[in-house]
Write a protein that binds this ligand. Structure first.
Ligand code: FES
Ligand code: FES
Length: 152
């Protein structure tokens, strides 16, 4: 049994220590906002925050989570996350939507660290989050939009 802190709630999970966090979230806890894409840390669809740091949940085992604060798309909140989600709506970023929870978590972490990112900063921070629908231009525009609203 492992005790996890997910979105500010303490949750007990009965799973093997090598179970990836992605499957703990989706299969054990029914939290399906975090997506499976590649299972190999290559696409970013499974991105969550561990202590605020964007992390690939598909390769992060349960055993590595003791004492960490896990934040998923279902629970991410605060000023920056709200600005990102408002900008995503405003710019109408998603197409199929599959990659978008990972994109939102990555963008929130970027703007928390760097409130006024350049295009190059955005490309570097977001390069591990793939979008098969090619929404990259709208993602970049939405990050700038969120940065502007946070500045105001
Ligand atoms: S599913 Fe984790 S990086 Fe692709
Ligand atoms: S919106 Fe379809 S994969 Fe990104």
């Amino acid at each position: 049994m492992a005790t996890l802190d997910i979105n500010g709630k303490v949750v007990d999970v009965e799973a093997a220590p090598d179970t990836p966090l992605l499957w703990v979230l989706r299969d054990h806890l029914g939290m399906t906002g975090t997506k499976f894409g590649c299972g190999m840390a290559l696409c970013g669809a499974c991105t969550v925050h561990l202590d605020g740091v964007p992390t690939r949940s598909c390769i992060t085992p349960l055993a590595a989570l003791a004492g960490k604060k896990i934040t998923t798309i279902e629970g991410v909140n605060g000023k920056v996350a709200e600005a990102v989600q408002a900008a995503w709506d405003h710019i109408d970023v998603p197409q199929c939507g599959y990659c978008q929870s990972g994109q939102v978590l990555a963008a929130t972490a970027l703007l928390t660290k760097n409130p006024k990112p350049s295009d190059a900063d955005i490309d570097t921070a977001m390069s591990g989050n793939l979008c098969r629908c090619g929404t990259y231009q709208r993602i970049r525009a939405a990050i700038h939009d969120a940065a502007k609203s946070l500045e105001a």
